[in-house]
Design a binder for this molecule. Structure first.
Ligand code: SF4
Length: 286
């Protein structure tokens, strides 16, 4: 069985940076608290807990002398204001690419623009970006949803960083159609992340050459889920797994080639475990 690995996959720059930042501080101070999961991957979270990096769901759970850590996904302005009001020490591990989206949104909101964010409204990154829009923002999850939004005279459209180019294009095109019909001003700012765009392109490079695609990463990871969607959209049989323990030999009956990709929050060891499992399966079969 041939195993093809996507040329770009696994931990992205923002995730590596956040892990290194938090590990360095936890080593020095003994313990820190992250507001939500540092990365959307259960096996990474387990290992980080062993380093004293604890996940809390809200700031009330951070001890008064503790360190409140904002994760790579970022957060809204109200949360950073509250951390300051509570006199908590802040460790800001927001990915600089996400911070840039916050600045774009804040500046446009201050200049009177309505802010539209293409993305999953329940995702932490999208909620964080909305938190910089001074109440002038809304999230839209599809081109169709734009039809029910009351558009203002000046609109700024940005994207959740991990969306696909094609989907952002579809939303931007629909918005332009609506805006041109009504003589509205629109700023479309491409806020897609280069790391996930490259990973998506690398997955596309191999998914037509393989019989089965394995996508490794947390089920709550947006960019991993998008990789699986891209593969399924190309009609390649696709399995999204969190760990090698989920692999099933029946998926690979009469399979000559398997492709593997992984999301930006997936550690190398998870991918390696999948490769080892496939090699062992192949050895038993031959
Ligand atoms: S996926 Fe991109 S935006 Fe998100 S943390 Fe990684 S580098 Fe930053």
């Amino acid at each position: 069985m041939e195993i093809l690995l996507a040329k770009e996959m696994g931990f992205c720059y923002g995730v590596k940076r956040a892990i290194e930042m938090t590990q360095a501080v936890a080593k020095e101070k003994g313990e820190i608290h992250t507001l939500g999961q540092l990365v959307h991957n259960p096996s990474v979270i387990e290992r980080l807990e062993q380093d004293g990096i604890n996940v809390v769901s809200d700031m009330e759970a951070v001890p008064q002398d503790g360190i409140a850590t904002i994760t790579a996904h970022g957060t809204g302005k109200a949360v950073t204001d509250q951390i300051a009001a509570q006199n908590l020490e802040l460790l800001d591990a927001t990915c600089p690419i996400v911070s840039k989206v916050h600045r774009i949104v804040q500046e446009h909101a201050e200049r009177g623009y309505q802010i539209l964010i293409f993305g999953d409204p329940t995702h932490k990154e999208v909620r964080g970006i909305l938190g910089w829009s001074a109440g002038r923002g809304a999230a839209v999850a599809s081109p169709e949803e734009l039809d029910s939004v009351r558009l203002r005279r000046k609109i700024c459209l940005v994207s959740q960083t991990t969306q696909t180019v094609e989907r952002f294009q579809a939303v931007a095109r629909r918005l332009m159609d609506l805006a041109l019909a009504d003589a509205l001003e629109v700023h479309v700012v491409n806020t897609l992340c280069f790391a996930t765009t490259k990973q998506q392109a690398a997955a596309r490079d191999i998914l037509h050459e393989v019989d089965v695609m394995i996508v490794v990463g947390g089920r709550n990871s947006a960019n991993t889920t998008h990789l699986a969607e891209i593969s399924r959209d190309a009609d390649t049989p696709t399995y999204h797994i969190e760990t090698a323990a989920e692999l099933d030999p029946t998926w690979f009956t009469a399979t000559e080639s398997v492709g593997i990709t992984a999301g930006a929050s997936t550690p190398d060891w998870s991918v390696q475990e999948v490769v080892t499992w496939l090699k062992e399966l192949d050895a038993v079969a031959s």
